[in-house]
Design a protein. Structure first.
Length: 418
């Protein structure tokens, strides 16, 4: 018997009928979005994929469609609830119906979405990133940095056209106490798929000029809350956690912290709050200076008062001290005078006795004394003769005795000595 043949259309029609009979209901499925795009008519076309958790290889794939009447409600609802763009790369829990078209084939048509599943997956990814940073020992490094006492030189990472950046600068410029702040913008994309790459480039530029800044402020304002996924990446979190300057984040959302918020030194809600934080830091420093100035003035006044009293006391004691010092000095002078007189008398007596002894020795050694003992002095031309060789026969010599002199003519001389 010849087998009946079918056209492709007829086969596909059978497939469609079979699927409609076997899978007539709506089904909740877990999948990852891929290749999400919308057209001018408002319809959204995408792919649902599932990956092996170990190898990350695709193990299932199906084409998906969100018709415009559903998409215009589903997309803002999902993004508002999750703070996450309805875009490729996120995991979702969606209610679908199974469709098969003879021309377009197998399609899952999205009827509804559960944001809590995506929120759970996002929270899980955040926890994984934070756990990895903690295991690497870098999670709290930026928080451990000391915030400068005067954070006046500020590197700002933001979009130049962001309303939050303008609010931040206005708040700093017109602070009530007139503090000066120097800000320099390092422009970056703060929404979209290039957030991570753009912010990392800005951080790298700042890192080459660390001595020029006190803090880094990452702010974002005016954008959709659904554009926060770029701040939940490992690379950006690791770079901020290990950055050598304190980082303040104010990226304009209040519900949940991003991974970047978790590793930054300080997290605030808005760019304006970031400016107020810096101003409050300056306020604290100014108040401390005023307090120290007041204490210095009080201390100086108290010190001067004590010194004035001490000087007054010294001044009142000067007359009596002078009288006492003069009296003591006079007594010392009298004592010294007495001691000097006694010392002088003893010294003079000693020197007189010494002179008397010298006089006696001189007297005993005088020529007259020797002559009185029978000695005589022979003179030639008034010069004492001590050597017979100095006299020649015929010379006239004088002999001086104790009493009187004799004049003689030398007849002969002898050199003999006994």
């Amino acid at each position: 018997m010849k087998q009946e043949t079918l056209t492709l259309f007829e086969l596909n029609a059978l497939v469609r009928q079979s699927l409609e009979q076997c899978l007539p209901d709506e089904y909740w499925i877990q999948a990852e979005l891929s290749d999400v795009r919308s057209n001018a008519t408002g319809h959204c076309y995408l792919e649902f994929v599932q990956k092996d958790p170990r190898s990350n290889n695709l193990i299932a794939k199906a084409r998906g469609t969100v018709w415009s009447n559903v998409y215009r409600l589903l997309k803002p609802y999902f993004e508002e609830a999750t703070g996450q763009l309805f875009a490729s790369g996120i995991k979702v829990l969606v209610k679908v119906t199974v469709q098969f078209h003879e021309l377009y084939g197998y399609t899952l048509t999205v009827q509804d979405i559960d944001p809590t599943y995506t929120l759970g997956d996002m929270a899980r990814r955040r926890r994984e990133i934070l756990r990895q940073l903690e295991e690497e020992g870098v999670l709290t490094l930026n928080k451990e940095l000391e915030m400068p006492v005067l954070p006046q030189r500020i590197a700002v990472i933001s979009s130049a056209t962001a309303a939050g950046y303008g609010d931040f600068c206005h708040q700093l410029q017109y602070n009530s106490r007139g503090f000066f702040f120097y800000t320099e913008l390092f422009s970056a994309l703060m929404q979209g798929n290039q957030v991570e790459e753009s912010v990392l480039a800005a951080l790298d530029c700042i890192n080459h000029r660390l001595d020029d800044f006190d803090v880094v402020v990452i702010i974002r304002g005016g954008g959709a809350t659904s554009d926060l996924s770029g701040f939940d990446t490992y690379l950006l979190a690791a770079a901020c956690a290990q950055f050598p300057l304190p980082i303040i984040t104010g990226i304009g959302h209040e519900r949940d912290d991003t991974v970047l918020d978790s590793v930054a030194h300080t997290r605030v809600k808005t760019p304006t709050a970031a400016a107020e934080l810096l101003i409050s830091r300056m306020d604290e420093a100014a108040d401390q200076l005023e307090y120290l100035s007041a204490r210095l003035q009080e201390g100086a006044s108290a010190f001067l008062e004590r010194e004035y009293r001490r000087l007054s006391s010294c001044q009142s004691r000067i007359p009596s001290l002078v009288v006492r010092r003069l009296s003591d000095a006079r007594l010392r002078l009298l004592t010294l005078h007495k001691d000097l007189m006694q010392s002088s008398t003893v010294m003079l007596s000693r020197q007189r006795h010494r002179l008397e002894l010298l006089q006696q020795r001189i007297s005993d050694a005088s020529p007259d004394k020797l002559l009185s003992r029978g000695y005589s002095i022979t003179l030639k031309n008034g010069i004492p003769v001590t050597d017979v060789s100095c006299i020649s026969p015929g010379d006239e010599i004088t002999t001086r005795l104790h009493k009187g002199e004799l004049t003689s003519i030398v007849n002969r001389k002898s050199n003999n000595r006994k």
